[in-house]
Design a protein around this ligand. Structure first.
Ligand SMILES: [Zn+2]
Length: 294
């Protein structure tokens, strides 16, 4: 249904609304009642105008934040979600039989989108919040309690902007070196912190350094984790790193970055986002919301 409306709007935009969106001769959209007044051309018109205004704002924001090109708009979220499975070679024993969270580095899709995920939480730069919301760039946060506990409200603002706050453990340990009980404390303890601080226990968990074993996934599942996304590329303030031999982006790739500032790398969060967006846009990719594909 939403796809249908989007299509209508798109038609109106392509036609530039020059003809007043005259629907003459076209069949009523499904769901319209017979005998009703004329279709809500005015409403459609103003919606199209709003989209146009939003795009104009995005163009202005891209200029303001020093991007080479305006970021591309992602397609609507897929109506039918792709089936997420564990990447070959990343399974633990009885992974599927036990229904453990899938461990994956990309999402199977043909949409020319990538997903931005940002970890840890040390840097709390208000300009980063402004930049991503002005540019309407979605991302997914994986937070570690010991790095965020000096400023929980910063991440509340992030959440208010539509970002989901996910689990990256209490203290960022190397999990495979810990007993099951201690892993469970690290993972499930963070579920509790996030639930209490932000009113929502996440379903996404990322093990620190991407290191996990079977106990990790069993513990994560026991406190409500459904997915364990890793990454295919990592973007820094001054370079990219790749997991794949072709050193390239692919549809559905998950990109990792970190909440870091000048103390940890040679630049700011906005510098990192600029590097990320300049490459992604130049290669024809839009940035989509990971949760929309799960
Ligand atoms: Zn981390």
């Amino acid at each position: 249904m939403r796809g249908g409306i989007a299509l209508l709007v798109l038609t109106a935009i392509v036609a530039g609304c020059a003809e007043g969106g005259d629907p003459e001769g076209s069949d009523p959209a499904p769901g319209q009642q017979a005998g009703e007044a004329a279709p809500p051309v005015r409403a459609l018109h103003s919606y199209a105008e709003r989209l146009r205004a939003e795009q104009a704002a995005r163009v202005a924001a891209a200029r303001r934040w020093g991007l080479k090109k305006v970021p591309l708009t992602p397609p609507p979220p897929p109506a039918k979600k792709p089936r997420i499975t564990t990447r070959d070679g990343f399974e633990v024993r009885d992974h599927e039989e036990l229904g453990l969270p899938p461990v994956f580095t990309s999402v199977p899709t043909r949409d020319k989108v990538v997903f931005l995920t940002i970890d840890d939480g040390a840097e709390k730069d208000p300009r980063f919040l402004r930049m991503t919301s002005e540019l309407r760039i979605p991302y997914t946060a994986f937070l570690t309690d010991y790095l965020i506990s000096d400023d929980y409200p910063y991440f509340r603002k992030m959440q208010a902007a539509g970002v989901t706050l996910n689990n990256h453990t209490l203290h960022h340990p190397y999990l495979p070196g810990l007993s099951y009980q201690r892993q469970k404390h690290e993972i499930c303890g963070m579920q509790t912190v996030l639930g209490e601080r932000y009113g929502r226990r996440p379903v996404l968990f990322r093990p620190p350094y991407g290191n996990y074993n079977r106990d990790t996934l069993i513990a994560a599942k026991s406190c409500g984790v459904k997915y364990a996304p890793l990454w295919d590329e990592e973007v820094f303030v001054d370079h990219w790193e790749y997991r794949e031999w072709d050193r390239d982006l692919h549809p559905g790739d998950i990109v990792l970055s970190h909440f870091r500032g000048r103390g940890q790398w040679k630049g700011t969060m906005p510098d990192m986002v600029r590097r990320f967006l300049n490459k992604v846009t130049a290669q024809g990719y839009a940035v989509a919301r990971l949760e929309d594909y799960l």
